[in-house]
Design a binder for this molecule. Structure first.
Ligand code: F6P
Length: 536
């Protein structure tokens, strides 16, 4: 049994530090007293500048958090991930999404620490990654060149939806095909119907994206799409131009299930790619079709630069480490139960949804890797909306509400082709909000009082290009790994999701059999209402 994090000496030291020095901390005073605060608490990582100075911490806090990281063996756990160990212990799988962005020769391997951790068997995995990617990019280029295909419909949910969607939206300015991209995830037929009304079978390519190829929502959507395709004149005969063979591709690690479904064109990936970490794999096909092989590679390169930073930079200059430790500091010592994500970029409008899965599915756990109940809090609620919209919705509460909620601003220095006046206004608003949260307002009446001293982090990308976006997403992946490692949880499984799936299956079966024995009164009452409504 490993020692639980709250039993470590550094945990106790952080509790004392919090109680005796930080509870009364005032950010305004901290800046007034320390002219070097910004320099010490900000840093440049690959493609991402981070201003961490408006957080409720100090150099001493960070020193103690690094002690905590050492005592909870964060670096050893990181290196085990890099060595291909089965860090996803409940499913006995490695977690090697970072390998999906690794160059064939060199890259990370040029670093001593990485070379030492690298297992020879992983050479084979890397070779397969490159082979599969070449096939994926070749297919993407073929689709891009085919003017008869005007619409791409991605059918998938969770990691098989959110990553491709966030990236295709974010890289809108880099999309150089005239094709339209549609994402269908919800089992609500409304979503599929909405898309099918807009497309034609002979000009649509359906991508059925599912790692397991068993996810109920995706399978039902895929079956309905297939039926629609046949009803609209499509054919099962591969010799016909408008055939399933030509218009359906499966992206999956379960090639056999895809074949049983009737899809013969498949791109595979491996069980060591977690669903929420899969956009870099075949699941990224919609991205590659949208922006082409060169820009897809640029996104991988940006992510790889962040990987190299995470795996090699010293702890005090390692951005994913610093952010992951900040997250533990806020969750467990300040007891902040949520974090607001505020991307000041329309391109990043789906980022929060993506990060919700990444962080809450990874770290929303209550036991350690060896099954011990945790006495500390883990993942916060991740929520938010793009700025400036959020300012006219929930920022009121951030400024004057009773809860303190750390805010994460994400902005771009260069707004690209968008009108300078718009971009300037956008970024100035982000900076002003971070300032307002910190400085507050006093002396103008009780109703106008804003307490200030409210924490925020500011992440700045030069522009929203493929490399910067890749680096930003990899930053979040690694940061979540760090906090998960401190809590000693398995950040790579998601057993909580299974229960609901299992019960939905049982309720469907009970609907068929009419056997409601042992079902609680509330569930039974709701099911009776549903069947009564259906009967009308
Ligand atoms: O790609 P699949 O196997 O359809 O799974 C979809 C999603 O379902 C989950 O397993 C549970 O929500 C996610 O982890 C995953 O991203």
């Amino acid at each position: 049994m490993t020692l639980l994090c709250h039993g470590l000496p550094a945990w106790k030291a952080l509790q004392t530090h919090h109680r005796e020095q930080m509870l009364s901390m005032d950010l305004r005073a901290a800046f007034a007293q320390d002219g070097a605060r910004l320099a010490n608490l900000s840093m440049q990582a690959p493609h991402v500048f981070a201003d961490l100075s408006k957080n409720l911490w100090s150099a001493e806090t960070e020193r103690l958090l690094r002690d905590l990281a050492r005592q909870s063996q964060v670096q050893e756990k990181r290196d085990a991930m890099l060595a291909g160990a089965a860090v996803n212990c409940t499913e006995e799988r490695a977690a090697m999404h970072w390998m999906l962005r690794m160059p064939r020769d060199g890259g990370l391997l040029q670093h001593n620490a990485v070379r030492q951790a690298w297992a020879v068997a992983m050479e084979e995995a890397l070779a397969e990654v490159h082979e599969t990617r070449a096939a994926m990019l070749a297919l993407a280029e073929q689709v891009r060149a085919d003017d008869s295909i005007t619409d791409i419909v991605n059918i998938g949910i969770g990691g098989s939806h959110l990553g491709p969607e966030v990236v295709v939206n974010a890289l809108e300015d880099w999309v150089d095909t005239g094709k339209c991209f549609h994402f269908v995830s919800n089992v609500d037929g409304h979503e599929l119907g909405h898309v099918l009304r807009k497309v034609r079978p002979h000009s649509t390519l359906f991508l059925v994206a599912s790692k397991s190829f068993t996810t109920a929502e995706t399978m039902l959507n895929a079956r309905s799409a297939r039926q629609w395709f046949l009803d609209q004149g499509g054919s099962e005969d591969p010799a016909v131009a408008c055939s399933i063979d030509r218009h359906f591709v499966a992206l999956t690690s379960n090639v056999q299930a895809a074949a049983e479904f009737g899809i013969r064109r498949t791109l595979g990936f491996w069980d060591w790619v977690g669903g929420r970490f899969s956009l870099w794999s075949a699941i990224g096909l919609p991205i590659a079709i949208a922006v082409g092989a060169r820009q897809f590679q640029a996104m991988l390169d940006g992510a790889h630069a962040m990987d190299a930073h995470f795996f090699t930079a010293s702890m005090d200059q390692n951005l994913p480490m610093r952010l992951g430790l900040l997250d533990v500091w806020y969750r467990d010592f300040w007891n902040f139960s949520s974090r607001c994500i505020a991307p000041y970029s329309h391109g990043l409008r789906r980022l929060t949804a993506y990060l919700q899965q990444l962080e809450m599915e990874s770290n929303g756990k209550g036991v350690t890797r060896d099954g011990q109940p945790l006495a500390v809090k883990t993942a916060p609620v991740i929520w938010g909306e793009p700025g400036t919209n959020g300012q006219h919705a929930f920022f009121q509460m951030l400024h004057q509400g009773q809860d303190v909620i750390p805010v994460e601003f994400i902005a771009l220095s260069d707004g690209g082709k968008y009108l300078g006046a718009h971009h300037q206004s956008l970024v100035v608003n982000a900076i002003a909000q971070a300032q307002a949260l910190m400085v507050g307002r006093d002396g103008e009446g009780a109703e106008k009082y804003c307490p200030g001293n409210r924490p925020s982090t500011f992440l700045l990308l030069q522009q929203l290009d493929p490399a910067a976006l890749g680096a930003l997403i990899a930053l979040y992946e690694h940061r979540i790994f760090v906090s998960g490692a401190v809590w000693d949880i398995n950040s790579f499984d998601q057993w909580g999701v299974e229960l609901g799936k299992q019960l939905a299956r049982q309720l469907n079966a009970r609907l068929e059999s009419g056997d409601w024995n042992g079902v609680d009164a509330s569930t039974l009452g709701l099911m009776q209402r549903l069947t009564a409504t259906q009967a009308c």
